[in-house]
Ligand binder design. Structure first.
Ligand SMILES: *Cc1c(COP(=O)(O)O)cnc(C)c1O
Length: 349
């Protein structure tokens, strides 16, 4: 096998959804965010596993992503679009029966004019300043918009992964001010907000990263496992360097394995000299530069040359790898790329 293997544990995804679901009251629905191809793990299979676990409401970033979810799940699933209703999206929203989360007065106008009577939700800006109607805009259009019975009123927390941030409470209060008394279903929380407790749950939670095994859901079961085949090994003598720009030099004789994956596979160049590959629990450091298709690893400590080494595994999860690269687990997962042989385990129950 000349490429890495990415194994996706669908049972772990289902278990993570159930754990997050159990954090909120029975009256609170737990949705599932499956944007960016299910955080890089394959939207269709991920969505099917989540639907089997009990999820009914799915969230994508753009209507194109809704197509794969609709195809995988059929007519019953509710599919919300964070990007709302952009010019050119009308046919797709209509044909796929998507629910755009309208985020501006322009979008409200476009939606009501082009698809009168079609479902929609509304995105409110409670302080993140990224998407959504600001309080003054909402005040101006709330009566009209509410008369059309939006399926959902939602907002997004900017700092929910930091339980100490005063921004959480400030956004919560603003969300109450903007939506109390509207009598419409409400949603404020992604994974982080779900963990902040019942005040943040409202009618529907929208976890993403926690389903896929990432922080801030520390109790999540890991979902992605990546194993990379060894293509070649060599002995390097003291004083010899390895890789582009000779950034690493052996101080004594070492055995170097070259494995078949690199930054084109989402194994970021910033991991050079920072992360490990693992052989049944034994760490082997990356030496020299991570290149586009190859990584060089010091396997001197192993009793024999293994057929493959793991880079995402129980010893080194997505957040550990992310930390080594100076990023977050979200970016590791969504960068993994198209070159792996992908295998799903579980998900048949
Ligand atoms: C991506 C996203 C989510 C999911 O966030 P996680 O941190 O992955 O749980 C929820 N809501 C909105 C608006 C998002 O953009």
């Amino acid at each position: 096998m000349g490429t890495g293997t990415l194994t996706i544990d669908l049972d772990a995804i289902a278990a993570n959804w159930q754990s997050l679901n159990s954090l909120s009251a029975d009256t609170v629905e737990t949705g599932a965010v499956v944007k960016a191809d299910g955080y890089g793990l394959g939207a269709a299979r991920v969505a099917r596993a989540l639907a089997k676990a009990g999820a009914r409401s799915f969230f994508v970033a753009i209507p194109e992503e809704g197509a794969a979810i609709r195809e995988a799940l059929g007519r019953d699933a509710e599919i919300y679009v964070f990007g709302g209703h952009m010019a050119g999206d009308t046919d797709m929203i209509h044909d796929l029966d998507l629910v755009p989360l309208l985020n501006s007065i322009d979008q409200l106008t476009r939606h009501f004019e082009s698809l009168p009577g079609a479902p929609f939700g509304i995105q409110l800006d409670t302080g993140m300043n990224r998407l959504g109607l600001e309080p003054a805009e909402w005040e101006a259009v709330a009566t009209l918009a509410l008369s059309q019975s939006p399926r959902l009123l939602m907002s997004h927390l900017a700092s929910a992964d930091d339980t100490e941030s005063p921004q959480n409470d400030a956004q919560l209060r603003r969300f109450h001010e903007m939506t109390d008394g509207t009598d419409r279903p409400r949603s404020l929380s992604a994974t982080g907000g779900t963990l902040l407790g019942p005040d943040y749950h409202f009618d529907l939670t929208r976890p993403g990263i926690g389903l896929y095994g990432g922080l801030p859901f520390a109790e999540a079961r890991p979902v992605a496992h990546v194993s990379l085949p060894v293509i070649q090994t060599r002995e390097v003598a003291a004083g010899e360097s390895v890789g582009y720009n000779a950034t690493w030099t052996a101080s004594e004789p070492r055995i170097i394995a070259t494995v078949a994956a690199g930054y084109a596979d989402g194994l970021l160049r910033a991991l050079s000299g920072k992360a490990m590959l693992y052989c049944e629990g034994t760490p082997c450091p990356i030496v020299g530069r991570v290149s586009m298709d190859l990584i060089t690893v010091d396997i001197t400590g192993l009793p024999e040359v293994p057929p493959a080494l793991d880079i995402l595994c129980s010893e080194q999860g997505v957040d550990t790898l992310a930390e080594a690269a100076g990023t977050i687990g979200y970016e590791i997962l969504t960068s993994l790329g198209a070159r792996y042989q992908r295998k799903a385990i579980g998900g048949f129950a």
